[in-house]
Write a protein of this length. Structure first.
Length: 91
């Protein structure tokens, strides 16, 4: 997702934050925002989820936010990663 994905849609995480501007740069986007359902299912709704690591495709990502309960865009999404753009793609 683009770093402004949540703000463009007017969505405020219930815990933590969305993505920071620098997290869309290659190598800097090792963060994830998880869905409310994923948070409850995999972390039992624990408030200490922020900063925890989850593995996706053998890479570790830091949980930085939890989306609101009814937010599942695109359809039934469980987590969101920032899009890492290369310099060529930015042009």
């Amino acid at each position: 997702m683009s770093v402004d994905f949540f703000s463009v849609l007017g969505v405020q995480p219930v815990l933590g934050r969305g993505f920071l501007e620098e997290e869309d740069q290659s190598g800097n986007g090792k963060v994830v925002v998880i869905s409310y359902d994923f948070w409850e299912t995999h972390f039992a709704g624990s408030k200490d989820v922020l900063g925890r690591q989850i593995k996706l495709d053998d890479k570790s990502y830091e949980v930085v936010g939890v989306a609101p309960a009814k937010f599942d865009f695109p359809f039934q999404a469980k987590l969101w990663l920032p899009m890492a753009w290369t310099e060529k793609e930015r042009r």
